[in-house]
Design a protein around this ligand. Structure first.
Ligand code: SF4
Length: 432
């Protein structure tokens, strides 16, 4: 076994990592994932740790050979780096300025994934709304979404993350008018206080954020909106925090990732005086309680709706794991990306991971929905997909990576049975 440590913090700490952990074989940065196999070889050959950091990106990570955990879903980078300078964030100093891939290259990669059985693609960038600025086309992201709508066989398109400062209405129009772009939006708020947003160097204000949500809901009334929020940024007063609660209440987020601020060495905010831990904890708990209440109400409002679910592999943690094994329910994601556990009626067709199932929601909980309509004789319909066929082929061994053929280039990995994740790419070795 060899151990490699990579990414933003590895890039920052470099040699310190092998000093503190001499058992680490390789340390690499955010720009040189492509040379990892060579670094591992060199570490083995020379019997010493290899530390190599590139200051600028040579190869887009998602163009590297990869093995996807989920057959139905794939992730495609559209840009790397970020031109913003949020004071809590290490990305700008380590990943550098934003670099955008050309649309043709992105679409070719999406088409290649679809040809392998992928039905859902997530477009990835630190700030997808500024995509295209590098090559002088401010409308490029909206156009990219519309172009994804033309790809036959691609059922679902998602993206992450948008930035409220750069969010423009042409993107809302493209979302609303492109049937395979899903009605879900994960847009980081970080704070509801304008003073704190200024201190974070985030160049939008709460009114602008709420205005975007209004326009998204006007065009897509069923859109689910989720967010990230930091509690206890240095200097945050009780009044500032109450502003966050106000904006959260008004935003009606389906869910939120909430974090207690923690200083990151190398960021502009690192030297600021931290708030007392007890204050941050107490605010965090109040925010958490509010969001739980909002999430529950939003999910209960889904009861009675028909939803088409992309079926997950129920062995996976993402799908609910043991809970599903105990109840015999399967799990899927709705178009708005909610997690839904659903019952399969006795004698009915059992969907495969990657198939689509239509059911009615029968109960809402803060973090998931239940859709047991099928067992009461209500809505239950399975739509078989190419992703389900690909899953079948892998399970039955018809699609065998071990005897040449695809040489695993299909990215569907070996027969599964273990957990299925989010479809994030992981590096695999290619011998020349
Ligand atoms: S926009 Fe996101 S990636 Fe860019 S600096 Fe801010 S938090 Fe970091």
């Amino acid at each position: 076994m060899q151990i490699a440590v990579g990414g933003c913090l590895a890039q920052k700490d470099r040699g310190e990592i092998v000093e503190k952990a001499p058992w680490v074989d390789v340390v690499f940065g955010t720009h040189n994932l492509d040379v990892l196999p060579a670094l591992l070889d060199r570490a083995r050959h020379n019997a010493e740790a290899q530390v190599e950091i590139e200051e600028s990106l040579q190869v887009f990570p998602s163009t590297l050979p990869s093995r996807r955990d989920a057959i139905a879903s794939g992730w495609v980078s559209i840009s790397v780096g970020c031109n913003n300078t949020c004071t809590f964030c290490i990305v700008p100093s380590l990943r550098g300025k934003e670099r955008d891939r050309r649309p043709g290259e992105i679409l070719a990669e999406v088409e290649a994934l679809v040809a392998q059985g992928v039905v859902e693609v997530t477009l990835l960038g630190q700030n997808v709304n500024s995509y295209g600025v590098e090559f002088g086309d401010r409308g490029a992201f909206a156009r990219l979404l519309r172009a994804c709508g033309e790809i036959e066989g691609l059922e679902r398109v998602r993206f992450t993350s948008p930035h409220p400062a750069a969010f423009t209405d042409d993107v809302i129009d493209a979302m609303a008018e492109t049937p395979n772009v899903m009605p879900s939006l994960h847009m980081p708020l970080q704070s509801g206080s304008d003073a704190v947003l200024r201190a974070m160097r985030r160049s939008y204000r709460s009114a602008k954020f709420l205005g975007i949500l209004d326009r998204v809901r006007e065009r897509m009334p069923d859109a689910a909106i989720t967010t990230d929020i930091i509690v206890g940024f240095p200097g945050e007063t009780e009044e500032d925090f109450l502003e966050t609660l106000r904006v959260v209440e008004a935003s009606r987020f389906a869910s939120a990732f909430t974090f207690q601020y923690s200083p990151r060495p190398g960021t502009p905010a690192f030297d600021l005086e931290p708030l007392p831990k007890a204050v941050v904890q107490e605010r965090f708990e109040r925010l958490h309680a509010l969001q739980e209440r909002v999430s529950l109400a939003e999910n209960e409002a889904q009861v009675g709706r028909s939803v088409e679910l992309l079926v997950l592999d129920s062995a996976g943690k993402e799908a609910g794991g043991r809970k599903d094994a105990a109840t015999a329910r399967l799990s899927g994601r709705s178009p708005d990306n909610r997690l839904v556990h659903f019952a399969v009626p006795d004698g009915a067709e059992r969907p495969r991971p990657g198939d689509l199932v239509t059911v009615d929601v029968t109960r809402g909980a803060p973090h998931y929905l239940i859709a047991d309509s099928g067992i009461d004789g209500g809505m239950y319909a399975v739509r078989r997909t190419r992703a389900g066929d690909a899953w079948d082929a892998v399970q039955s061994g018809e699609h065998d990576h071990s005897h040449g053929g695809c040489g695993d280039s299909c990215g569907t990995g070996a027969p599964t049975g273990g957990p299925v994740g989010l479809g994030m790419p992981s590096l695999r070795r290619v011998d020349a």
